[in-house]
Design a protein around this ligand. Sequence first.
Ligand SMILES: Cc1cc2nc3c(=O)[nH]c(=O)nc-3n(C[C@H](O)[C@H](O)[C@H](O)COP(=O)(O)OP(=O)(O)OC[C@H]3O[C@@H](n4cnc5c(N)ncnc54)[C@H](O)[C@@H]3O)c2cc1C
Length: 418
Amino acid sequence: MAEKTPEVVIIGGGFGGLYAAKAFDRAPVNLTLLDRRNFHLFQPLLYQVATGGLSPANISAPLRDILKRQSNTRVLLAEVTSIDVGGKRVLLREGEPIPYDFLIVAAGARHHYFGRPDWEPFAPGLKTIEDATEIRRRVLLAFERAERATDPKIREAELTFVIVGAGPTGVEMAGAISELAHIMDVPVEVLRDKVNVLQEFNPMLGHRGCRLGISFPEITEMQAQAIFEAACELRRDGKNPFPEVMIPLVGSRPELHEQKQIVERVALATQKAYGVKVRYLIGTMIELPRACMVADEIAEEAEFFSFGTNDLTQTCLGLSRDDAGKFLPSYVLNGILPEDPFVSIDRDGVGALMKIAIKKGRKTRKTLEIGICGEHGGDPKSVVYCHQIGLDYVSCSPYRVAIARLAAAQAVLGERSP
Ligand SMILES: Cc1cc2nc3c(=O)[nH]c(=O)nc-3n(C[C@H](O)[C@H](O)[C@H](O)COP(=O)(O)OP(=O)(O)OC[C@H]3O[C@@H](n4cnc5c(N)ncnc54)[C@H](O)[C@@H]3O)c2cc1C
């Protein structure tokens, strides 16, 4: 007689319950996961919901979705009220009892009030979405009342928050509240001044690329977060994204190092928040002559190089592309320049810098992937040149892809023909 498949029941779809459930993937059992919520809550980010940084949906993932590929598993929305150990059944608030051969209880824990549960209404704990949204409601209301208060004492009282517990959650919560205060206190004039400070005479050589990220790390953080949230969501859907994060306008190793640390920190936190792993690379645009000259140092940090040949042309020739239209055509017409350097790579100048960067970069990192991005990537002559100097790829605007492919194929065939 065939043996009966064992029934395994898990109570709770938190970290404990989920890890246990995943361990049974493909095991010869029937697995039932019961939770009174139909989502898994990522508790470490509750403080972000409590301070308005994230919405509840950002930190909740449907349990059915997480386990949908596990064919021996069903997920039920049900609250367990007791366990009939003798009868080997769990009893539910609603519905039939669920029989089990093996039972795992992973129902989590609650905070406590040192024997004073009557404190809870005044000082909510931080364990559920409801706790977090209630704290957020109270914190934001306190800011509103403080703003309207004319008496400085009332204002101060409204803006005084007490957190009990200085573990990681308490400390993060305190940091998030003070950040919130910072955001809420910035008057419009201050913002306007900031915008004025950022106006420039020559934006092409000004406060942009990694320079902006160094002055305002939150910009890099926000961009990295967008990349990694998108990647993690794809990963959760069973896809295999492989983001390559490119830091622009780097001219020295410390600039890249600084920005890379931010990206790595955000990547780690986002993967942790989603509970998935994403493969990624961090590299840089090479678009300044200095970057070419110190490419060996930059390659200590960069996992790939991409020549930004438009800006490398501007900085190498000291030409502003936007202004060059007035005189460049006559240069080409009179044979002073063989070709418009923004159309086809200037081999003697820009090309020479690229060769230095390739040699130095690969001296530090043998397998360094190097390519170009920009309009040159769609110019057949430049594509052939890129192949000759040892680049791995060219990237160009979509409508030039067909030309670039053809040019790349011709470059390889040209090499093979006698
Ligand atoms: C604010 C906060 C920040 C944290 N930060 C970190 C951190 O940075 N790093 C870290 O490692 N840990 C952190 N932790 C701790 C970590 O989140 C917990 O240790 C972990 O979530 C516990 O997992 P669990 O599966 O045991 O319980 P839980 O995640 O609490 O899951 C229990 C599950 O059981 C369900 N359940 C409970 N009773 C019933 C019932 N009767 N019937 C049906 N279902 C039921 C619940 O709905 C819930 O889904 C933090 C916790 C909090 C609250």
